[in-house]
Design a protein around this ligand. Structure first.
Ligand SMILES: Nc1nc2c(ncn2[C@@H]2O[C@H](COP(=O)(O)OP(=O)(O)OP(=O)(O)O)[C@@H](O)[C@H]2O)c(=O)[nH]1
Length: 427
């Protein structure tokens, strides 16, 4: 056989960080099922040896301060040749009307280029054209980091999922999702009703994020800021929180999150970058700045009706229990939720999920340990999930006695989901 015809050698992904430019790789994410659709594929060969470029998705409601953050990032020293896609990704298919702004880390010089679809782009038949265009540009320009700003009215779930799924065959690797909220208006935005009890976009943006900037703190008093903080963490207790003015925040809190490849970020609340003290601005807020919202009992919160969250502590699992957990996640996340009920009560739709139907999970996170001392990161966006073994797994870092946890964020997420999981896994 001609040596040129030989199949490329496969390298186990666990041996190479995706952030360190791996060459040919095979991915085994633990999904051994042949089921279609919602699982991430089991293997890939990157024959072109292209380096993976980390990507951050920036979401947040209209006027929250996303562009202000991007302007700040483009001007600050962060050491990356960064490409920023600022033109409301996700609002149309007109990719060529969008541009990438690049900064040179040495000179700080900025340049803008319009995205264009790669010639004869075969890949566009099976992946999103916008993603393909960003990838091509990033590759050609030697970009080291990409930030994509979504339109303020976007439901980020499908877009996050698109970039995440694309990792299997593309050049970009999703680092994390940053959400900016306007402290003055966010409570109103979160409480806006949608027809038939649908979850509104502001709630989805908070639910899907890994890091949140509580921006425009100059426009609210300490009482309102505490209320915003409480509400946001009730929707998504896994968030890392920064309080900001004009979106100014230490940039190392935004880069290299590895939110989709490592254990969930430790939630913490960080005071404004401009503050010189370590005390919270909200002096009437009873919580410590660094408190861990996951320490709360696993009660769902219902302040803003539609999105709730639950954290389920789980002990270390036997291999049989681990398989059971995987099947439970497939059954729960891959099922299509029942359509909302048309029944209304006091003008508010009663959702099927609340009447005992299946929840609509927007985000799943977790850390699962096995009795043999292996550790797996659980990540999920809508109906796609992945249980991926940590590279350090089995090295004795975590104790089997520590157990793990699973966090669900979505509509209709409540104690019943916890009971079902614990029963299904048999713990
Ligand atoms: N007072 C105050 N104004 C701010 C702050 N951050 C941003 N702004 C202003 O708020 C307005 C909206 O900010 P943008 O950065 O354009 O918001 P955006 O999220 O990109 O908005 P869309 O593109 O409409 O979704 C601008 O006039 C900003 O100057 C802040 O912390 N305090």
């Amino acid at each position: 056989m001609d040596p040129e015809d030989e199949a490329p050698e496969l390298i186990d992904i666990d041996d190479a960080s995706p952030y360190e430019g791996r060459t040919g790789s095979s991915v085994n994410d633990g999904d051994t099922s042949a089921s279609a659709g919602s699982s991430r594929s089991a293997a890939k060969v990157d024959a072109y040896e292209r380096r993976k470029v980390p990507l951050t998705i920036l979401t947040g409601y209209l006027g929250a301060g996303k562009s202000t953050l991007l302007d700040y990032i483009l001007k600050e020293q962060h050491g990356y040749k960064i490409a920023v896609c600022m033109n409301d990704f996700g609002d149309s298919t007109d990719i060529e009307a969008k541009s990438l702004t690049l900064t040179d880390p040495n000179t700080g010089a900025q340049s803008s280029q319009f995205l264009s679809l790669p010639n004869g782009c075969l890949c566009c038949s099976f992946k999103d054209m916008g993603i393909a265009a960003i990838e091509e540009m990033a590759h050609q320009e030697g970009v080291e980091w990409v930030m994509v700003e979504l339109t303020g009215l976007a439901d980020p779930g499908p877009i996050i999922r698109g970039f995440w799924e694309n990792e299997e065959m593309g050049d970009l690797i999703l680092d994390g999702v940053v959400c900016v909220v306007d402290c003055r208006n966010v409570l109103k935005q979160l409480s806006e009703q949608r027809p038939a009890g649908e979850v509104n976009e502001a709630q989805k943006q908070v639910a899907c994020a890994d890091v949140i900037l509580l921006n425009k703190t100059d426009l609210v008093d300490s009482g309102r800021l505490s209320q915003v903080e409480e509400t946001i963490s009730a929707i998504n207790p896994t968030l890392r929180v920064y309080k900001t003015q004009h979106s100014i925040t230490p940039l190392d809190g935004l880069f290299d999150l590895r939110a989709f490849t490592s254990a969930p970020l430790a939630p913490t609340t960080i005071p404004p970058a401009s503050s010189h003290t370590h005390t919270s601005e909200s002096s009437d807020h009873a919580h410590d700045d660094s408190h861990d919202h996951n320490d709360r009992p696993s009660q769902p919160h219902a302040h803003f009706g539609r999105i709730t969250t639950i954290t389920i502590p789980i002990p270390s699992l036997s291999s049989d229990q681990f398989d059971r957990l995987q099947r439970f996640l497939e059954d729960t996340l891959w099922s299509i939720p029942d359509p909302p009920s048309a029944t209304t009560s006091g003008g508010i739709a009663i959702e099927t999920a609340e009447k005992g139907g299946r929840p609509e999970v927007l985000r799943t996170k977790g850390l699962v340990r096995t009795a043999e001392g292996r550790e797996y990161v659980l990540q999920g966006v809508t109906d796609v999930f992945e249980l991926k073994e940590l590279p350090s797994s089995g090295s004795g870092g975590g104790s089997a006695a520590d157990g793990g946890k699973v966090v669900f964020i979505g509509k209709g997420v409540d104690e019943r989901l916890k009971d079902r999981l614990l029963a299904a896994v048999n713990v």
